[in-house]
Design a protein around this ligand. Structure first.
Ligand SMILES: *Cc1c(COP(=O)(O)O)cnc(C)c1O
Length: 454
């Protein structure tokens, strides 16, 4: 091996942090179908979203013409707190697997909140501040998005209010502590502070909460509070736009390593960390210059990409959002309570859905136990305890690397380590004690759910 190939981590200097995000919508062979306004049944216009989101974010959401969007200098200043993130060659994992494949990962777990979510929380808070908003609100499940939003709100001098799903609020107290450290007001949802919450609690006094109920509360707060906007940490196109800093950096770092990925892999909840890593590489497939494979790794218990249907459906359980053309299991789908909370979402973003429909990417589903086995092997070889979400990507990487072992191919595999698992150790405890299980979803369950959608 030459000295160059022994390098473990590839780091970019600050001035190489991207100055623009990559807007794949402008260059996709088939653009996503328009979201539909549920009232008028007309294609959504940016103005329709202004009451809820910062206006610039609404324009980014529906921008299908500009491939490059400038990153405001104030946002880059905050990216500098933790970017560039390292690109790492996983030599020890390769050795443990006995694979000829070259495995690289982009380490987004080094962000102050421990996941990629800050890459979008920072610009979302920035645009709100710039447009005169004083308060921002959101929902959070496990708390990774809520923590990132609380951090970003503080950095731009905004007040933040986070509705956390009640069961997570009780099970994951440290994420609440993180949010409160940054000054957020954290409310377990459903709560008596909104009409939506009151209605749910009146009907079901000991309701444990869900993302759907928390979204309803946050949206109501945004609509009834002056100068308050709502924010979302995944699924929407502007979120994956912001996340492209990951792939744009990785492209330069892979060049430093003298390689280009044959396979790009990321775990999949709504699609933002997958899109963030994959989209900048995908543009070279569009021109025919490269033939990289792109694989999204979803949990077997929530298999919207591998077993869902492409159709118009609501983005939330309550049916408040516009109708989105996407792969979905039906907005009433109740995923099993797996520990990768960030992957428990019934649908996929509109961009990724179109790409999958067009055969420009692939998806695999990973059972919960396989994900924890992969995460544990990764910790024992590469020294980082991955988030349970990220472990799904690692499991998919291991499958590919073992295939290379059979065929003898020296493929270059790149994956996204979307976060670390240091605040999720309760789930590792259960895995180590043998208390975790796999969850099967039956075709009947999926079909029954989808048949409810009109
Ligand atoms: C939220 C989250 C995910 C899933 O969301 P995407 O939008 O699909 O990226 C994955 N990994 C981590 C660590 C998360 O916090």
């Amino acid at each position: 091996m030459s000295n160059k190939s022994k390098t473990k981590r590839f780091i970019l200097p600050e001035e190489e942090i991207p100055k623009q995000w990559y807007n794949i919508q402008a260059e996709m062979p088939n653009k996503p179908l328009p979201p539909i306004h549920p009232g008028t049944k007309q294609p959504l216009k940016p103005e329709d979203l202004y009451p809820i989101f910062a206006e610039e974010l609404c324009r980014q959401e529906l921008n299908q013409t500009d491939p490059w969007i400038d990153i405001p200098e104030e946002v880059r200043e905050h990216y500098k707190y933790y970017r560039s993130t390292p690109l790492v060659r996983a030599y020890a994992l390769e050795k443990a697997l006995g694979t000829p494949a070259h495995i690289y990962f982009k380490n987004e777990s080094v962000s102050p909140m421990g996941s990629h979510k800050l890459n979008s929380a920072i610009p979302q808070a920035y645009y709100c501040k710039k447009e005169g908003v004083t308060n921002i609100t959101t929902e959070t499940g496990a708390g990774q998005w809520g923590a990132s939003l609380a951090y970003a709100a503080r950095m731009f001098g905004l007040e933040s209010a986070v509705y956390q799903v009640k069961i997570s609020y009780e099970q994951k107290p440290y994420r609440k502590s993180i949010m409160e450290t940054f000054g957020a007001q954290v409310t377990p949802s459903p709560s008596m502070s909104t009409k939506a919450g009151k209605a749910i609690l009146t009907a079901t006094p000991n309701h444990q909460g869900s993302l759907g109920t928390a979204i309803s509360e946050a949206v109501e707060l945004a609509q009834t509070t002056p100068n308050c906007k709502y924010t979302l940490g995944s699924v929407l196109s502007h979120v994956s736009l912001h996340q492209t800093v990951i792939g744009l950096e990785a492209e330069k770092q892979m060049a430093m390593a003298g390689e280009y990925p044959d396979v790009v892999i990321a775990c999949f909840g709504g699609g933002s960390n997958f899109g963030g890593l994959a989209f900048p590489f995908m543009r070279h497939n569009f021109t025919g210059e490269k033939k990289t494979r792109f694989i999204a790794a979803e949990p077997s218990s929530c298999p919207k990409l591998t077993r869902g249907k492409f159709m118009y459906d609501f983005g939330d359980e309550a049916g408040y959002t516009p109708l989105l053309p996407m792969f979905t299991l039906g907005h009433n789908f109740r995923p099993a309570n797996i520990h990768a909370g960030g992957l428990r979402y019934h649908g996929a973003g509109v961009i990724v859905s179109q790409l999958l429909k067009d055969g420009l990417m692939e998806a695999v589903d990973i059972p919960q136990l396989e994900s924890f086995e992969a995460g544990t092997l990764f910790a024992q070889t590469e020294g980082i305890i991955p988030a349970p979400e990220s472990s799904h990507a690692i499991a998919a990487v291991i499958r590919e690397a073992l295939e290379c072992k059979k065929t003898g191919e020296e493929k270059v595999i790149l994956f996204n380590l979307s976060g670390h698992g240091l605040i999720d150790m309760g789930s590792y405890d259960k895995f180590l004690a043998g208390d975790l299980q796999n969850y099967e979803v039956t075709d009947k369950e999926i079909n029954d759910n989808l048949s409810q959608i009109k």
